[in-house]
Design a protein around this ligand. Sequence first.
Ligand SMILES: *[C@@H]1O[C@H](CO)[C@@H](O)[C@H](O)[C@H]1NC(C)=O
Length: 385
Amino acid sequence: MAMLVLALLPLFATSASAAGGCAAEASLSSPNGNAYAACSDLPRLGATVHWTYDRAAGSLSVAFVAAPAAPGGWVAWGLNPFGEGMAGAQALLAAPSSSSGAWAVRTYNISGYALGAPGPIAFPATGLAAELGADGRVRVSGTLSVGQGASVLNQVWQVGPTVSGDGIPAPHAMGGDNLAAKAKLDLVRQTSTSSDSGGSDLARERNIHGILNAVSWGLLLPMGAIFARYLKTFRSADPAWFYLHVTCQIIGYGVGVAGWATGINLGNASNGVTYGLHRSIGIAVFALATLQVFALFLRPRKDHKCRLYWNAYHHAVGYAVIILGIMNIFKGMAILGVEQRWRTAYVAAVWVLGAVAVTLEAVTWSVVIRRREAEQHGKTLHGAA
Ligand SMILES: *[C@@H]1O[C@H](CO)[C@@H](O)[C@H](O)[C@H]1NC(C)=O
């Protein structure tokens, strides 16, 4: 049931397209006369964003198009370098002047859930302009210095019904669409068709990073753990489980190290944008997994008194690697805003692994209990004889 809901989500996300949008505004060009390199129909409030990212100059030329909530209202768009949502957004807000009716754009450094006063923002903005189109939609354009090596940014947008006094916007509605107006702006994927060749290399490397990590930390290592935990119960599988386990983990570790290296490289390529927690978890997973490999050589013999401690250590670190690895894959998918179908596919794979583990856990316990009973029975018979 949960899977069905997950699978249907993207349908709802794309059903919000309104009049206008990327297809209708394909001819929209930036102030210097060039067409924008990329466009995306935003999932809420019928808004659209067009942009060109100049990777070398670190400048983002952007046009945001949306209709105010009512004629004479305002529209706003911003980037949030501090998180998702309104607090922390560096926003461009376009509103008509109450006296002349001319549209003007102001920048807002929004620190909480109140707009505050206009002022300088973290991304110096130039060429700000706004105009009202014949279709009632307002087009806000400008260029922001977002820095070189930007990849995925958080964007927020909003529309409001009224402007009071000297271009001061009245609060927007608090309905679901207004509160959910946030999305990722992916400067890597969506500039790969333009002259930005650096962007397409990064896009390829990012896909490789995701696939290697999902396959290794996300699938092979948990599978290897399942082999070890459950095959061991069957005496007939005795040395076989060990070789299966070691093979799975060594292949998983090898592929994982390759994925980890692409991650370090991607992190170095994106100056100024670091994904702190994702990076830290990635480094921790790599360090713990490396420790596991080396600890194999220090494994005491089966009958050694320290073997018990070694086993406890090996299991604890192994489970930590698996849990942190899977968490970090979800974290990475959230950072990149990957398409829902990839998320759904990975969630399904984790569910299958989880279901297999739970089933085998039950089988293992019943085998162990039956074996104990048989042994007990054997002892009693022996004692009576
Ligand atoms: C934006 O506001 C925050 C918090 O009030 C402040 O620390 C920051 O320096 C401001 N940024 C700019 C560019 O003025």
